[in-house]
Design a protein around this ligand. Structure first.
Ligand code: F6P
Length: 323
């Protein structure tokens, strides 16, 4: 292998730059050239490639976002789009590709593998919904951002005896909400994996007020059957029963921005290093992730067809801690 390419795709995640840096510097160490692809699969189809040397990735370890840019690309979902992408890679004498991203991105990576092009994926999404890795790049930083917000909201909630519905990202996965709820000491957590019963939530909040709680934090996953705004609308007429005045805070993209923490920098560096070592050694069609604390490769075929379930024991933990 003489030259490899690297791209970031889907929603950005804090730590993606650390992964790009690791890919480039490992490539240098392995004696292969590295080109960056701008704007994910869209940039690949457009032939938007840039050579990356060790110095080009200096000073990006601590930067949030992705220096390469990212995109969601409908054209890549078509056979013509994918054929065009392969054509660009071959024309630029690229022998292998590293795809840094989440579910959709790794499904895209698999499509290239099916067309005979060597690809290794790196698990990166704040949602932590990717099968094959216990934790993905960006999750830890996003969680810490959510926690900082929850800690701040608690102080003002206490002053006014209020309940806050705090909505976090995660698409249709409740991991971020559940973990932010447990680590943030939430009174309730609402996740997409379990249908929401607003009546039960109202009873829980009323009961916690009677137990002497001065505030209530309800962490709501954006993909739940009632999101934060939906719940707020429902509760508008039920204020008395809640025992608290109610406010809504939607954290949104704030969770994806900003500098990666130590955990994400280290995870991204380890995954970037391993991905290039595997790719240049001739492996392909795998996702590099972390399982049971160790680096692990999972076939992209398994990744694309599988869902990562939320650990059911977490529900009980969150419930008991809320007392
Ligand atoms: O997949 C990451 C994620 O941040 C999800 O949590 C969220 O639903 C989605 O991306 C938002 O996408 P966009 O940045 O395109 O609005």
């Amino acid at each position: 292998m003489k030259r490899i390419a690297v791209l970031t795709s889907g929603g950005d995640a804090p730590g993606m730059n650390a992964a790009i840096r690791a890919v480039v510097r490992t490539g240098v160490a392995e004696g292969v050239g590295v080109v960056g692809v701008r704007n994910g699969f869209a940039g690949l189809i457009a032939g938007d490639l840039v050579p990356l040397g060790a110095r080009a990735v200096g000073g990006i370890l601590q930067q949030g976002g992705t220096i390469l840019g990212s995109a969601r690309c409908d054209e890549f979902r078509t056979p013509e789009g994918r054929a065009g992408a392969i054509e660009i890679l071959r024309r630029n004498e690229v022998d292998g590709l590293v795809v840094i991203g989440g579910n959709g991105s790794q499904s895209g990576a698999l499509e290239l593998v099916k067309l005979g092009f060597p690809v290794v994926g790196i698990a990166s999404t704040i949602d932590n919904d990717l099968y094959g890795s216990d934790i993905t790049i960006g999750v830890d930083t996003a969680l810490n951002i959510a926690l900082e917000a929850i800690d701040r909201l608690k102080t003002t909630a206490s002053s006014h005896a209020r309940a806050f519905l705090v909505e976090v990202m995660g698409r249709d996965c409740g991991y971020l909400a559940m973990m932010a709820g447990i680590a943030g000491g939430a009174e309730s957590v609402v996740v997409p994996e379990v249908p929401v019963d607003p009546e039960e939530l109202a009873r829980d909040l009323g009961a916690s007020r009677e137990r002497g709680k001065k505030h209530a934090i309800i962490v709501v996953a954006e993909g739940a059957s009632y999101d934060a705004e939906g719940l707020a609308r429902y509760f508008k007429e039920h204020k008395k029963r809640l025992g608290f005045d109610l406010r809504v805070t939607i954290l949104g993209h704030v969770q994806r921005g900003g500098a990666p923490g130590a955990y994400d920098r280290l995870l991204a560096t380890r995954l970037g290093f391993a991905a290039v070592q595997r790719l240049t050694a001739g492996e392909s069609g795998i996702l590099m992730g972390l399982r049971d604390g160790k680096l692990a490769a999972t076939p992209l075929q398994e990744v694309a067809g599988s869902k990562k379930p939320l650990d059911p024991s977490l529900f009980e933990l969150a419930r008991v801690m809320a007392k």
